[in-house]
Ligand binder design. Structure first.
Ligand SMILES: [Fe+2]
Length: 254
């Protein structure tokens, strides 16, 4: 299958339009009030949508799959200044490929609006075109500097598609453009097999739902991981950093 050979796959559109519209409204409301769009994760729709992913995740990760609370919400403005994350491998957890070549940890990326080359769609280097992929499984700092440009694949992606890749595939969100007709809105998280040890400090069983307190802790964790720590040398006495760390510590397995 494509996941084993190329390290990623995409579904056809599987999320109903009404749900996509609700997600977009939630994100726009939070944004309009001046809060980081990560705060839209307080709303139910971002979790109830998992019912559409269940059979796919069960097929790949087994029926006991769990959510790793490592979320990010993207709102890439349709301007020349907008862009997604720079080229990287997710590479947070070492050696998450099993003996059959299948990932035990999966990145899930959900497009809420169409992602196109004009509004920062994803670009990916398929793993079978990446001479450094195998090294990256064991060495998370492995760069990708031996690629051929023609091996880079653009992934224009319709809204409502679930895209998945493993921890070591090299990918990025491209530069947006003022010519883009709308922003690129999406969100991402990780899932892992339930029959292997948790790779992070907490795992969540989606089948029980996620309570409000846990949602807020998930937001703190995402903001700490992807936003706050990008600041150079944060002062450890910084009250915001302390706040985020306190609530990440509260995030137990649920
Ligand atoms: Fe990524």
């Amino acid at each position: 299958m494509q996941l084993r050979e190329e390290g990623y796959f995409q579904t056809s559109p599987i999320i109903p339009d009404s749900m996509l519209q609700e997600m977009r409204e939630c994100i726009e409301i939070v944004r309009r009030h001046g809060f980081p769009v990560m705060f839209s994760l307080v709303y139910d729709v971002f979790y109830s949508v998992f019912s559409y992913f269940d059979s796919i995740l069960t097929h790949i990760l087994g029926s006991e799959y769990k959510l790793i609370p490592n979320f990010w919400v993207y709102y890439i403005d349709p301007t020349d200044a907008g862009k997604g994350f720079e080229p990287h491998r997710d590479a947070e957890y070492v050696n998450t490929i099993d003996a059959h070549g299948m990932p035990t940890v999966l990145t899930l990326w959900v497009t809420i609006t169409d992602a196109t080359p004009l509004n920062s769609c994803m670009y990916i280097l398929p793993k079978d075109r990446d001479p450094q992929y195998n090294q990256a499984i064991h060495d998370l700092k492995t760069n990708a500097n031996q690629l051929a440009l023609e091996d880079i694949r653009a992934l224009p992606t319709k809204a409502g598609i679930l895209s998945c890749w493993d921890q070591y595939v090299f990918h990025w969100g491209s530069r947006s453009s003022k010519r883009a007709p709308h922003p690129r809105i999406s969100y991402a998280m990780y899932c892992q097999r339930g029959d292997v040890d948790p790779v992070d400090n907490a795992i969540i069983d989606m089948r029980n739902g996620i309570d409000f307190k846990t949602r807020l802790e998930v937001i703190c964790k995402g903001m700490h991981r992807y936003s706050y720590l990008s600041v150079q040398s944060p002062d450890p006495r910084d009250p915001l950093l302390s706040f985020l760390e306190r609530h990440i510590a509260n995030l137990k397995n649920v």
